[in-house]
Design a protein around this ligand. Structure first.
Ligand code: XMP
Length: 537
């Protein structure tokens, strides 16, 4: 099935992915590509007639440095609507004959914008009306340069005192541009504006619905794989679980999952994974209990990066051994390796130039495995954002609690036990962590009706290998300390520590100290990221 789609050209803004997400929230397929695609690429992309519109993202750059990026001319020749956002507006203005100037000061933050001209994009979308009767929008601005002269054919669509041209439109050609960011939640009517653009102005068909996507994805997997066998590394995380459930729905026993238990999983996690996939879905899962192997390799190692490398490296070795058995099984040997790659991974490796992040922590990744194993790569989630993967998981019948679980790092408890990892520490940590998570699920916030588990983005317990003195009954204790960590974040790049209710913290600390012999002190981590990170290692 061919979906109508909207192309988002990425000029390197941090929030480009949010534009794609918002368009998909309108149930229209959107794809992000780097802004430096060629004219031929653009024409080929539009050739099937399903490209209904183009959105030009923001950027860090300044439009009028000669070296910075421009929108491929072909975009303006396609005859489809174009929306420029921030830098996207400036490059549109510059390329179509207007003028952009460097601002003396950067404007960053909330602003009230006056809508003008009753354009198709903003008509009847307002947050409030001034006494003079002007329709106003509460928006988020972030820019240095600004458009100072409209290109021929354009009229004014929005303004603020400090930015007289905060929006412009050429309604004959269906070109629209906004200096503010409709994709961020601080722009209250942002979703309404993007809905208006893709559904009304582009007239894209809203047929990107996860519930319907199951049948399409199943058909695609069957077509790709035929009667060949597939191997998948199941970790218990959301992405690999949804990928496994989807592939299993498509090809049943042609799929074999390999679940490497490195002994650093949460309480009962291995059993729960087996119960779900073998017990309920009747999938073929090989469980490899490698905890002794991993703990052996980790003995005496306390440096976080060294621990990550050992866990990542060992994981690949064990997985490869199992995979080799499955691929060498004669004519019916596996030909495919399935991975739970999701769309943000694809966008990030797709070369948006600005994303030159410094490595703070090396996350273990299994890139290159398919080549080493001589297998073809199957990535059934590579078009989906995380929220969509979750919706798909629910549509496939996976339990809500599994699909909406907090993220869990690949090295697992290996980076939540500070310093050297020992079996005794892992056992204490698992039990303490389980109590924390149970109580987060039990406590409901009155004002939202949600559990504190759902109100936090990630929560866990950290084991500190130090002993502190306590008193229990008549006796003195000298036992270990744990720290509770709970954060709220939308992107995991920055995070605030969660203001958990005292009653919840009290319950958790009481239960941990009473139920987990060996821990006599519970602390709560009140550091935000930055400067701290979410994990302690
Ligand atoms: P930090 O600690 O860097 O964490 O603020 C940001 C997010 O990344 C997760 N994380 C990892 N995930 N392997 C993973 O798969 C790792 O080595 C790793 N280290 C951190 C962390 O749990 C948080 O969600």
């Amino acid at each position: 099935m061919q979906h109508d789609k909207v192309l988002i050209l990425d000029f390197g803004s941090q929030v480009t992915q949010l534009i794609a997400r918002r368009v998909r929230d309108a149930h229209v397929l959107s794809e992000v590509h780097p802004c430096d695609v060629t004219d031929d690429w653009v024409r080929a992309y539009a050739a099937d007639g399903h490209l209904k519109g183009v959105i030009l993202s923001g950027s860090h750059a300044s439009v009028y440095e000669e070296t910075t990026d421009r929108c491929p001319q072909a975009v303006f020749d396609l005859g489809v609507p174009v929306l420029g956002i921030c830098y996207g507006m400036q490059t549109m203005a510059q390329q179509l004959g207007g003028k952009v100037e460097g601002g003396q000061t950067r404007e960053f933050g909330a602003a009230a914008v006056r809508a003008h001209g009753h354009t198709a994009l903003l008509k009847d979308i307002v947050d409030f009306t001034t006494p003079e009767g002007h329709g106003m929008l509460n928006v988020w601005m972030s820019h240095g340069d600004k458009v100072t002269e409209l290109p021929p054919g354009f009229k004014l669509m929005a303004s603020t005192d400090s930015c007289p041209i905060a929006g412009m439109a050429d309604e004959d050609r269906r070109y629209y541009a906004l200096q503010f960011h409709p994709e961020v939640t601080h722009t209250v009517q942002g979703q309404a504006i993007l809905d208006r653009f893709v559904l009304d102005i582009c007239a894209a068909r809203p047929d990107w619905v996860m519930h319907d996507h199951v049948a399409e994805a199943v058909a695609k997997i069957r077509e790709q794989v035929g009667d060949e066998e597939v191997i998948l590394g199941l970790s218990g995380g959301v992405d690999s679980s949804v990928a496994a459930a989807l592939i299993h729905r498509a090809i049943g026993d042609q799929l074999t999952c390999v679940f490497v238990d490195h002994g650093l999983l949460r309480l009962n996690e291995g059993d729960l994974v087996m119960e779900m996939f073998v017990g309920k879905l009747h999938a073929k899962v090989i469980r490899v209990d490698a905890s002794d192997l991993f703990l052996g390799k980790l003995a005496g190692v306390s440096d976080p990066e060294a621990k990550r490398k050992i866990i990542g490296g060992e994981f690949v070795t064990v997985f490869k051994q199992e995979a080799a058995k499955l691929t060498s099984a004669g004519a019916k040997g596996a030909k495919w390796l399935a991975q739970g790659t999701i769309y943000p991974d694809v966008i990030e490796s797709g070369g948006a130039k600005s994303k030159k992040a410094v490595t703070i922590k090396s996350h273990h990744n299994v890139g290159g495995l398919p080549e080493q194993l001589g297998l073809k790569l199957l990535e059934p989630l590579r078009d989906l954002f995380k929220d969509e993967v979750r919706e798909l998981g629910v549509a496939l019948g996976l339990p809500h609690a599994m699909v909406y679980r907090h993220p869990f790092p690949g090295p697992g408890l290996g980076v939540r036990i500070l310093g050297e990892v020992k079996k005794e520490y892992a056992e204490l940590l698992r039990r303490a962590d389980d109590i924390f998570i149970q109580e987060l699920r039990n406590f409901t916030d009155q004002s939202t009706g949600k559990s504190w588990y759902d109100l936090t983005s990630q929560a866990f317990t950290v084991f500190l290998p130090v002993k502190s003195v306590g008193v229990m009954g008549d006796g003195r204790t000298y036992e270990y300390v744990v720290a509770l960590r709970a954060v709220q974040t939308s992107d995991f790049m920055t995070a605030d520590w969660a203001e958990l209710p005292y009653a919840l913290l009290k319950k958790v600390s009481g239960r941990i100290i009473n139920e987990v012999r060996g821990i006599n002190r519970v602390t709560y981590d009140v550091s935000s990221k930055p400067p701290a990170t979410i994990e302690w290692e």
